[in-house]
Ligand binder design. Structure first.
Ligand SMILES: Cc1cc2nc3c(=O)[nH]c(=O)nc-3n(C[C@H](O)[C@H](O)[C@H](O)COP(=O)(O)OP(=O)(O)OC[C@H]3O[C@@H](n4cnc5c(N)ncnc54)[C@H](O)[C@@H]3O)c2cc1C
Length: 466
């Protein structure tokens, strides 16, 4: 295992000379917020030795050159909304926060692109696009808090990925600082690019292990003027989830197709203190359709309703979008209120396998006596299964969770699925990655890491062991 040096007074002084006295934090109480992300498992928390609030790519370049000279890890950090401890300083070192780099640089209405610094909040990007009559289609449920740089680094998905794809599909250009400190621009505003390897796609989703993202160039789309949100309620979960591939086959091109099982519906109702329809026994499918004409959307709604009725739904409601998305987006917070520690599984399977995958998770949870709540991005085959620790003792919880995950992912891989649909591997899934990612794939990833970060400075111990 690679060993790193500890920060000393001389390195702290050099950091202050680069970024300014006020932008270097070393006080323990001020570093608490940077010692974890949204995964609040004690085993995944660690204080950095310093936090630097960088203001531009030039400072980041200097910090990385210093870190290479001194053999110090650097951990890029966005808003810290990740669920895998990917922005935690597992080996100590410097947490490099992008929070001060929060400017939208350009909205290019002619080409329909926006360029922004990495620390702009996702919702701010969405709002700015809307104000200019355009859509930014990236839409993770954490959008009010997460940064666009963090979305790029994790290839965030979210509710609209079924129609528009994940963050990877929205990004056409990046400004990055390489692990060795060079500032590069990759990609740009061209709609096509077959000019050698796609470095852009290598950096997107690399979880801060290959480069620091300092700017993103995002594709914008025309804003759909009309939308309808449907809440379709079933009294049987398998019926509900089994209907999703059939909705897709209708050709209505939905923007979102989400699901919440009844445990999630009940828990969100309790958390929000708001009555939700059919909460006593209802499993939800939430569909958003968008388009230029209301008449066509109404026709599509009727088609969806007819299909779901034939498949045994209890009711299709035209939903108040604010209320229904508030309920869907409360999933994680509601579970946190129920059990501060839970394991957020993020498995992804080919879409038609989702009913079998969710059934299997429930069976496993029953086998190990664990409570599991399932919701997620139904049409993407992406299941968020929250396994709650509740009052279980630490040892018991770990043992049961490890056994459950081993069985779960063996089956998920046999279905053609993967460990993570959108949250990434981070630190949380390193062990599982070594067990389930095919060896040749893992070795290729390690070779790329070694080539681009020869001193293994950037975010070590994430995705795989070093
Ligand atoms: C309530 C809730 C709902 C969520 N919903 C979704 C969802 O719908 N879809 C989804 O995909 N995720 C979701 N997430 C997970 C999380 O919000 C995303 O992974 C998000 O993209 C992380 O962004 P961040 O700015 O918080 O990054 P952080 O958590 O700070 O960092 C995440 C990773 O990105 C790296 N990183 C961050 N910024 C940079 C940068 N500028 N350069 C290089 N590396 C960087 C870090 O090193 C780390 O590896 C949710 C989380 C919560 C708490």
């Amino acid at each position: 295992m690679k060993k790193y040096n500890a920060l000393n007074e001389s390195i702290i002084s050099q950091l202050k000379a680069i970024a300014g006295e006020k932008s270097v934090i070393t006080e323990t109480e001020r570093m608490e917020a940077y010692s974890h992300d949204e995964l609040l498992e004690p085993a995944c928390m660690k204080y950095p030795e310093a936090v630097v609030l960088a203001k531009n790519a030039g400072e980041i370049s200097e910090i990385l050159k210093l870190a290479n000279r001194e053999n110090i890890p650097v951990i890029p950090r966005g808003a810290g909304t990740g669920l895998t401890s990917a922005s935690v300083a597992c080996f100590g070192g410097i947490v490099l926060s992008l929070e001060k780099m929060d400017k939208i640089i350009e909205i290019d209405s002619s080409n329909m692109f926006m360029t922004a610094e990495a620390g702009v909040r996702t919702a701010e990007i969405q709002r700015a696009a809307r104000e200019h009559g355009m859509l930014y289609a990236g839409d993770p449920c954490s959008g009010e808090s997460s940064f666009i740089g963090g979305n790029a680094a994790t290839n965030a998905g979210g509710n609209k990925a079924v129609k528009y794809g994940t963050t990877r599909r929205q990004i056409y250009g990046l400004e990055i600082v390489t692990a060795t400190g060079e500032i590069l621009n990759i990609g740009g505003k061209c709609m096509k690019d077959s000019t050698g390897y796609s470095l852009l796609n290598l950096i997107i989703g690399s979880e801060g292990t290959l480069a620091v993202i300092t700017k993103v160039c995002l594709k914008l789309m025309p804003l759909p003027p009309n939308s309808i949100d449907l809440l379709i309620v079933f009294d049987d979960f398998q019926k509900a989830i089994g209907t999703v591939p059939e909705i897709i086959k209708l050709g209505v091109n939905p923007t979102c197709v989400e699901f919440m099982d009844n445990t999630v519906v009940k828990n969100c109702e309790k958390f929000l203190k708001e009555k939700l329809p059919h909460s006593e026994n209802g499993h939800y499918i939430i569909v958003k359709i968008e388009g230029p004409g209301m008449e066509a959307l109404e026709e599509d709604s009727v088609k969806i309703d007819e299909l779901c009725s034939k498949r045994g739904s209890l009711e299709t409601l035209v939903a108040d979008p604010a209320r229904i998305w508030k309920a869907r987006n409360a999933f994680a917070e509601a579970d946190r209120a129920e059990s501060p520690v839970f394991s957020a599984e993020d498995l992804v399977v080919p879409p038609a396998m989702i009913p079998a995958a969710v059934k299997y998770i429930s069976e496993l949870a029953a086998k190990y006596g664990l409570v599991v709540h399932c919701a997620g991005h139904a049409a993407d085959g992406n299941v968020h299964a929250h396994i709650l620790k509740g009052a279980l003792a630490e040892g018991d919880w770990r043992e049961k969770l490890n056994s459950l995950q081993k069985e779960l992912y063996a089956t998920v891989y046999s279905m053609g699925g993967k460990l993570s649909g959108e949250h990434g591997i981070g630190y949380k899934r390193v062990e599982l990655m070594s067990q389930f990612c095919p060896e040749h794939e893992l070795n290729m990833m390690k070779s790329i890491k070694q080539a681009l970060d020869p001193n293994l400075i950037l975010n070590p111990g994430k995705i795989f062991k070093i």
